[in-house]
Ligand binder design. Structure first.
Ligand code: C5P
Length: 410
């Protein structure tokens, strides 16, 4: 009996695209699909034309309980997959030498390659081919390219090959693939993520404060997604009127509650050294009253109609330039106009690796509801399309995971 999986590793409820390409091992993907389905995954199968000469779509359709994508005319399924945030993982199994070459060079002659090009999340390939094809410098160079891009490889293993010879190139056994996905499901294992979230509250007097409407929802959604993917997450949280630590999916979250920007800055610095990723999702008050009055301000007191303000420290910029800077620093930019231009500027000004930009209006940005975010890096800018906060968090965490993998492969 296999041990039960814990939630972090489970493929249960995960949405997987299984891409089957032209290798004799294609028949083994039928068993792979059966295992994934029995573990509770939703699977959309794509068959390349060559794969179809090894194995037909009927069995895949029956086991996945949905139409297989075989060519460009299977529009509905393609559209579904191309709404990239609906898919957790692309699993290319078996991956032929030809398909690896195609992926490495970004060619898209078939629906599977095209869907891969519009997908930014986790990609796993399971090569299967003759050992001479595998060891050929062309294949090895392609594999290196894919690895550098963050693509994960499983196998190939040594053993008997379809040709009757023996060597490296054998398709990993389906149950071992599923076992490895268990591990990959926690793609942020070993990462320590430090997140600021919520508003800050700057005292004017013992009763009144300067604050913002931030609810901490985005930071908490990122924490939930990162925890589910195996990360250790610590949050420095401004006042949101509740303790979210007992809410579903946040039980493992360590929360450091703070009030003001100065408190938040001190808490961030106290935890910075342990962090491999820093995410600044807090709506930090740019200013604070120069002096917090010791007594409630009376409206007829001299100078009561004026509050002198001083600038708060910029916590993100501080971290971005700190000698203890974590490998990955992510900021947010909520703007009402010129969202992308503002985000680009902020990225360089604050020393961040990436900025998540979103437009805020009266009904957008803060709290629940649909929004659209943009991931702004030095080289790439990607929109999420319309998403709710949980989907936006997954979009952001997918990119954090990709950056972490990329850094590890470098
Ligand atoms: O400059 P602006 O406030 O728009 O920048 C937003 C980004 O900077 C967010 O990631 C926010 O958490 C961070 N920030 C900060 N400390 C400040 C102001 C903003 O960490 N004082």
């Amino acid at each position: 009996m296999e041990p039960l999986r814990d939630e972090v590793h489970s493929v249960k409820g995960r949405r997987i695209v299984l891409g089957v390409t032209g290798s004799i091992a294609a028949y083994k993907s039928v068993e792979l699909l059966r295992l994934l389905r029995s573990e509770g995954a939703e699977v959309q199968v794509f068959l390349t034309r060559t794969a179809q000469s090894f194995v037909g779509p009927a069995t895949f359709e029956a086991l996945s309980a949905r139409p297989v994508v075989k060519d460009w005319s299977d529009q509905t399924e393609i559209a579904h997959v191309e709404a990239g945030h609906r898919t957790d993982l692309f699993l290319i199994a078996p991956a032929s030498a030809h398909f690896l070459a195609q992926m490495a060079h970004g060619l898209a002659p078939d629906p599977l390659s095209a869907a891969l090009l519009s997908f930014q999340g986790q990609v796993v390939v399971v090569p299967a081919m003759e050992s001479r094809m595998w060891t050929h410098p062309a294949t090895q160079a392609n594999v290196e390219r894919l690895r550098a891009r963050g693509v994960q490889l499983l196998g190939p293993e040594r053993g008997a090959l379809a040709s009757g010879r023996s060597g490296q190139g054998r398709f990993m056994e389906p149950e071992h693939i599923v076992a490895a996905l268990r591990f990959d499901g926690g793609d942020l294992e070993g990462e320590h993520i430090l997140i600021t979230a919520g508003p800050t509250r700057e005292p004017i007097d013992p009763v009144r404060v300067l604050s913002s409407r931030s609810t901490g929802t985005m930071g908490l959604a990122i924490a939930r997604e990162a925890l589910a993917r195996g990360a250790e997450v610590r949050m420095v949280l401004g006042p949101i009127g509740r303790d979210p630590g007992t809410e579903p999916g946040l039980e493992r979250l360590s929360i450091h509650h703070v009030e003001s920007a100065l408190d938040m800055q001190a808490a961030v610095h106290a935890h910075l050294e342990e962090a491999s990723v820093f995410v600044a999702a807090a709506a930090v008050s740019d200013f604070r009253p120069a002096q917090a009055r010791g007594q409630k301000l009376k409206k007829d007191a001299p100078g009561a109609d004026r509050i002198e303000l001083v600038l708060n420290p910029d916590i993100l910029a501080d971290v971005g330039r700190s000698p203890a800077r974590p490998g990955l620093v992510i900021g947010f930019a909520a703007e009402t106009v010129d969202v992308l231009a503002g985000a680009r500027q902020k990225r360089t000004r604050k020393g961040a690796d990436a900025i998540v930009a979103n437009r805020v209006g009266l009904s957008q940005g803060f709290g629940e509801g649909q929004t659209e975010v943009h991931w702004v890096e030095a080289e790439t800018e990607e929109p999420s399309g319309p998403v709710d906060k949980a989907e936006a968090a997954r979009f952001v965490v997918d990119r954090i995971s990709r950056s972490v993998r990329r850094a590890k492969n470098e």
